[in-house]
Design a protein around this ligand. Structure first.
Ligand code: MN
Length: 205
């Protein structure tokens, strides 16, 4: 959906991901952080009606063609909007476990086992220095790959739609996990909505 961007509805309540993600973190993360990215994105686009039909994906994929004055703002806040929109979808109550289906097969083929994929992804999330994200993507060669990005940079900046990502900004975990990012990541695996990721994978593979 193009301008004006609005908060996407959550498919679950703020406390639905307890005990892994606490209700207060969910509420602040969704109502304050995500909303702020959306507000800043809308503000930046307001003077440019010719851009109002573009989806946030299109904006990020053609960033270098946008007016220079708003490129950084779109990168950060357009990225923040799409990253969080996807992040909420990638989680659900009673999630987690091992993926089945095509994505389960593809992960085993590429990383040998689900647990070795999980270890690699968790390490990328842990090692992302400062704020950022870790991702599972299909790279340009058509292979599954684990990558990380800084700030709110989306893989879409490189024309890559992510299959799965974890927010490792402190705002995503500090209230419950304090400085223990590793504990947050370990808990987060119990929220994954593998059925949605299977859909994403089938659309792209
Ligand atoms: Mn966040």
């Amino acid at each position: 959906m193009p301008y004006k961007f609005t908060l996407p509805l959550l498919d679950y309540s703020y406390d639905a991901l307890e005990p892994y993600i606490d209700a207060q973190t969910m509420q602040i993360h969704y109502e304050k952080h995500h909303q702020t990215y959306i507000d800043e994105l809308n503000k930046a686009l307001e003077p440019y009606p010719s851009l109002h039909q573009k989806s946030v994906q299109d904006l990020l994929m053609s960033l270098s063609k946008l007016p220079e004055a708003i490129q950084i703002t779109i990168r950060n806040n357009g990225g923040g909007h799409i990253n969080h929109t996807l992040f909420w979808k990638w989680m659900k109550p009673q999630g987690g476990g091992e993926p089945r289906g095509e994505i389960g097969k593809a992960i085993k083929q590429k990383f040998e086992s689900f647990s070795s994929f999980q270890a690699l992804f968790s390490l990328a999330a842990k090692k992302q220095f400062g704020s950022g994200w870790a991702w599972l993507v299909i790279n340009k060669a058509g292979d599954l790959e684990v990558i990380s990005t800084t700030n709110q940079d989306s893989p879409l900046l490189n024309n890559i739609m992510p299959l799965l990502g974890v927010d490792v900004w402190e705002h995503a975990y500090y209230l419950k996990y304090h400085n223990k990012r590793v504990d947050y990541i370990a808990a987060w695996w119990n929220t994954i909505n593998w059925a949605i990721i299977e859909e994403f994978y089938r659309q792209q593979a």
